[in-house]
Design a protein around this ligand. Structure first.
Ligand SMILES: Cc1ncc(COP(=O)(O)O)c(C=O)c1O
Length: 390
């Protein structure tokens, strides 16, 4: 008999599995279920991008690329970061990764040592805390509340800093809340970090999806470029989740450390996906990112419908100004989010993710509006029925 408990890494065993999967699995087994649980665009990748990848395969481009990623793509990314967010990186300070997911992993592996603390906003995307823990680090939650529009302030952050604090994750526009932080709101936090050796790991995967003003990168604030690792990718803005293509931008010393890990683990991002991404940026510059804008407008239309829908049925709903999630509060139902979401799925076949999947709060549910307006309207109708039922 093999005692697997003795074999598997304790660090890995201690991390609970993602709470999102359970709801996907339940919903996928049900006929007529509507899922507001999925965190990915319902749009298909624009044709010119797909065609570029097909053409690249047809021409026999099926080999490894440089570890950094294809130079032409990195040149475009450098131009894009400057044009969209006012950030200056040389192609050598950019690495193409297997999704933003790999980039987050590399950033944390490059800096976190056992016992180091990493400040992680909460609620947050499911992967930050496990990735800190895989390195033996200690995630320290920065609790963000509905009352403070799910942003963090110096007052939340300062008391958490000590000599073991290695990094802070900045994650705006935020998954699951849809909150954004403006330049003036980030500034005091940036000033706090400037006197320290704390690195900001800024996950900006939803930077193209903001509905009030332009996205502000913390790296663009005074004194922050040199202490920030910026993570971005093609999954959300270009509807390219399945291509698994992201990138990371950082000062040379940090980038080279991440490159070392990437070199020995991933080698390079898929070559055909890099060809697709190159076309996404090339055509984007040619037509002023018209496809991205078209998708953003459509998300915004759906955002209005879903937020108004929740408010009309009596659920208070924070105004999400980024990403593609609404995060209504369930306190008025007298039920916790876990019980509410499970009941909603069983009774009305609507899948939403309870806030316990993203932190400790049991008061909210994440509803993705990256699905058709018909689905959203039908889901709202069913949620209303469920509220009457309970
Ligand atoms: C905040 C956030 N970061 C990163 C990712 C992963 O992105 P990718 O598909 O590029 O790995 C997601 C996916 O849902 C996300 O919501």
């Amino acid at each position: 008999m093999v005692d697997y408990n003795k074999i598997v890494s304790r660090r890995v065993a201690e991390v609970p599995p993602s709470g999102i999967r359970k709801f996907f699995d339940l919903a996928s087994e049900m006929e007529d279920a509507i899922s507001l649980g999925v965190g990915e665009p319902d749009f298909v990748t624009p044709w010119n991008i797909r065609e570029a990848a097909i053409y690249s395969i047809e021409r026999g481009h099926t080999h490894y690329t440089s570890n950094h990623g294809v130079i032409e793509l990195r040149e475009y990314i450098a131009e894009y970061m400057d044009y969209r967010f006012g950030l200056t990186y040389s192609p050598g300070q950019i690495m193409v990764t297997v999704g933003a997911s790999e980039a987050i992993d590399l950033a944390l592996r490059a800096i976190v040592e056992p016992g180091d603390e990493v400040l992680v906003p909460e609620p947050c995307y499911v992967s930050y805390m496990p990735k800190v823990m895989f390195n033996g680090g200690v995630p320290v939650p920065i609790r963000m509340s509905d009352d403070e529009e799910f942003k963090f302030t110096v007052d939340n952050v300062k008391p958490l800093i000590n000599e073991r604090t290695k990094a802070i994750i900045v994650a705006f526009p935020n998954n699951p809340t849809g909150a954004i932080m403006t330049e003036s709101e980030l500034k005091p936090v940036a000033e706090l970090l400037q006197g320290t050796d704390i690195v900001a790991v800024s996950d900006e995967i939803y930077s193209e999806l903001t509905y009030q003003g332009k996205h502000a990168s913390i790296a663009s604030l005074d004194g922050m470029w040199e202490r920030t690792i910026v993570i971005n990718g093609f999954s959300k803005a270009f509807a390219m989740t399945g291509w698994r293509l992201g990138y990371v931008c950082a000062p040379t010393e940090l980038l080279d450390t991440m490159l070392k890990i990437h070199q020995f683990t991933m080698l390079c991002a898929p070559v055909m996906s890099q060809a697709a991404a190159l076309e996404a940026l090339r055509s984007g510059f040619e037509n002023n990112f018209a496809d991205v804008e078209k998708m953003r407008r459509e998300y915004n239309r759906r955002r209005r419908v879903i937020v108004d829908g929740f408010r009309e049925m009596g659920l208070s709903c924070f105004e999400p100004l980024g990403a593609f999630y609404a995060f209504p509060c369930l306190d008025s139902t007298g039920m916790g989010a876990d019980r509410f979401c499970e009941g909603l799925l069983r009774s009305q076949k609507v899948a939403c993710v309870p806030s316990t999947a993203f932190g400790t709060s049991n008061s909210f549910m994440r509803c993705s509006y990256a699905t058709s307006l018909d689905n959203i309207n039908e889901a709202l109708r069913r949620i209303k029925c469920y509220l009457q039922e309970i």
